[in-house]
Write a protein that binds this ligand. Structure first.
Ligand code: GLY
Length: 375
């Protein structure tokens, strides 16, 4: 079986890239394994270039900001193409502090963001409570980040699948065991059931599984486990903002949806492909959520899941060309997968279909890592 472009991975990035390629008139096939494993369905859906930023990750901050700028246009276009709302929510984020140490940390973050051209507003306790009365009285100060939004990642994924299908993308179930190549060029893939697909252009978008396709080069992507809970507010009062807390050594985020769901995340665990939801993980998330937003303890506990962030040694994605001609990488999106999806899909589709390389992605090529780094 032959196709113009084979996309390996039917998560958010693979599906969005396939949609963009099909819009350009290419025959596109997505090979997708067990979608229940994909981070796309477990994630909380934060579009958080600022509050997800770490002080040392300036290039990533700028990529993430560019990605957020893409969201308005992308969500509107996707809604029209899919005939369904992809769940973008333009409500701000509050990054909150409970102790003087936490408040000092927030001030440092605010100063660094200001120096990056991203001024944020510091709120007093009184200002915070008039904006978001559900935050605990122990919380002393907060940073208001107007343009850290959220998107219901499950709605988004569904919309992308519908848009891709409407654009003519073919989806086939299967696990890609090996990326086939000949004389330095990709030629297709071999699946676990022994079947194969031939294509001169292959896009790899398999999240945390990306290192496992018998590639002839090292791809330093590893799984970092995250346990995530979904609560339902029911008749209880609902949060309006995404709330993130760093307090006394714990980190928690609470992401409200329009329909009353509250996503609470997430543990960060270097345990390989361990998918167990643990008593300790759930306990800590619920405890920390209650410390910050006490009413959350009254919500229904609707779902507990574990997924794997695709992490790289510098926490930034791996985008674009690979050592195999014709094989393009869209992997390692780590903590920013939902946010980066529209931008990465544009970058990859432009490169694969037209050979146009978006300079914003230049710092994120695989060749920034030494070639002999073990995967
Ligand atoms: N972006 C949220 C997380 O990785 O937990």
């Amino acid at each position: 079986m032959t196709t113009d472009v084979l996309v390996v991975g039917g998560g958010l990035v693979g599906t969005a890239t396939a949609w963009r390629l099909a819009q350009r008139g290419l025959d596109v096939t997505v090979v997708t394994g067990d979608l229940g494993r994909a981070a796309s369905g477990v994630a909380a859906g934060m579009l958080a270039p600022v509050t997800e930023a770490a002080f040392t990750e300036t290039p990533l901050l700028h990529l993430n900001l560019a990605a957020l700028d893409r969201w308005d246009g992308f969500a509107g276009e996707l809604a029209r193409a899919a005939g369904t709302d992809p769940g973008l929510r333009r409500h701000p984020t509050l990054s909150v502090a409970a102790t003087p140490d936490d408040a000092a940390r927030l001030r440092d973050l605010g100063r660094w963001l200001g120096a990056q051209g991203q001024p944020c507003q510091t709120l007093t306790s009184r200002e915070l409570r008039s904006r978001e009365p559900l935050v605990a009285p122990t919380v002393r100060s907060a940073l208001l980040v107007e343009r850290d939004w959220s998107c219901d990642n499950r709605r988004l994924w569904r919309a992308l699948r519908l848009a891709a299908e409407a654009a003519g993308v073919r989806t086939v179930p299967g696990t890609v065991e090996r990326v086939e190549h000949d004389d330095g060029r990709v030629t297709g893939v071999r699946l676990a059931d022994g079947s194969g697909w031939r294509a001169g252009r292959v896009v790899l978008a398999t999240g945390a599984d990306a290192g496992g396709h018998d590639l002839p080069f090292a791809l330093p992507v590893r799984p970092v486990k995250g346990q995530v809970l979904r609560l339902r507010a029911g008749a209880e009062p609902q949060l309006q903002h995404t709330v993130r807390a760093f307090s006394q050594g714990f980190e928690v985020y609470l992401v409200p949806r329009a329909d009353g769901e509250l996503v609470v995340g997430a543990t960060v665990e270097d345990r390989g492909f361990d998918d167990r939801v643990t008593a300790g993980g759930v306990y800590e998330l619920l405890r920390d959520a209650r410390r910050v937003v006490p009413v959350s303890a009254e919500y229904e506990l609707a779902e507990c899941r574990a997924g794997w962030r695709p992490a790289t040694p510098d926490n930034a994605p791996v985008l674009g060309p690979s050592p195999l001609d014709g094989l393009t990488l869209g992997v390692g999106l780590y903590r920013n997968g939902v946010l980066l999806t529209p931008l990465v899909a544009d970058v990859l589709a432009g490169w694969v279909a037209e050979g146009v390389w978006d300079e914003r992605a230049e710092p994120f090529r695989l060749d920034r890592f030494p070639a002999d780094r073990p995967s």
